[in-house]
Design a binder for this molecule. Sequence first.
Ligand SMILES: Cc1ncc(COP(=O)(O)O)c(C=O)c1O
Length: 358
Amino acid sequence: MIPLVDVKAQYAPFIPELQRRFAEVLESGRFIFGPEVEAFEREAAAYLGVPHAVGVANGTDALVLALEAMGVRRGDEVICPAFTFFATAEAIARVGATPVFADIDPVTLNLDPAAVAAAVTVRTRAIVPVHLFGRPAPLEALAALGLPLLEDAAQAFGAPGIATTGVCSTFSFFPTKNLFALGDGGLVACTDTGVADTVRQLRFHGSRDKRTFELVGTNSRLDAIQAAALRVFLPHLAGWNRARRDSAARYAELGLGEVVELPLDEPGHVYHMYVVRAPERERIAAALEDAGIASASYYVTPLHLQPALEHLGYPPGSLPETERAAAENLALPMWGGIGLAEQERVAAAVKSAVGVVV
Ligand SMILES: Cc1ncc(COP(=O)(O)O)c(C=O)c1O
């Protein structure tokens, strides 16, 4: 079986180093916050080129805390895509604001700046672009609209040019992500010192000193064991992302573009997922399954059509490019280090599914 993502293949070579680092954490007796988490926060901030990074429990908390720290409140509108994981809009709703969905660009699958501009009202408080599947969203065009940006970078750690435009950028370290923990983890990167300070407070019950509680916050921590693992992996991320880009180029060389629409390559794309488009994607997915190859279609019911957000009143057909992408996308196996033999099998199976003799 070829999986969609082989997480173990990525961390297996590091097991001895992970064991050494975990032993050090055990010796230290410091499991919550402490020097390991602080060191990771410094290293992650340096990697991203931002002044502040705050570790939190997961990428969903990262979004909620960033929105709160940016001052998004009940009555505000926040523009985001509907072709993304539910957490993007969920976080907006969790702080009491209203998600306003803008359609996507059919080629990049990221927010279309013209659609965002058309969705701006006097209530718009922020824009949340998602760097979907590892491809940077058009930050310059979105920033030109003059509203604060919160970059949902859950799928894009290491993509060049991200995290320095938004007031905050949020990351998930779920084990399938480009930079991953061995469990849950998240990060808020901030370009604004005051906002970073508030995120720090909010993640610990709104307190700076554990005695005085200035805000009603929550408990959202990155723990030392996960930070230790992330510190082992971070120096290898650039290599993994290069390997993902090489593997994407190899899919193209193997002729996949003759039978399905390939993701447009751009230098900044770090291929968290390798997502092709094909109107006949169900047939291809079934053929891949028969050949022992995993594939997946993402956000098949986009967010504006999810039952939890029905009250927002978006009818089917209201975001045509989002709905078309939802109906046509198919993610093929991709991870940092997928082998040539595996990619050849995938390409052959996709071609034979659409009737090409291989
Ligand atoms: C775009 C996006 N935003 C937010 C999240 C939430 O991250 P987490 O699962 O760590 O809460 C994810 C991933 O799961 C995601 O893909």
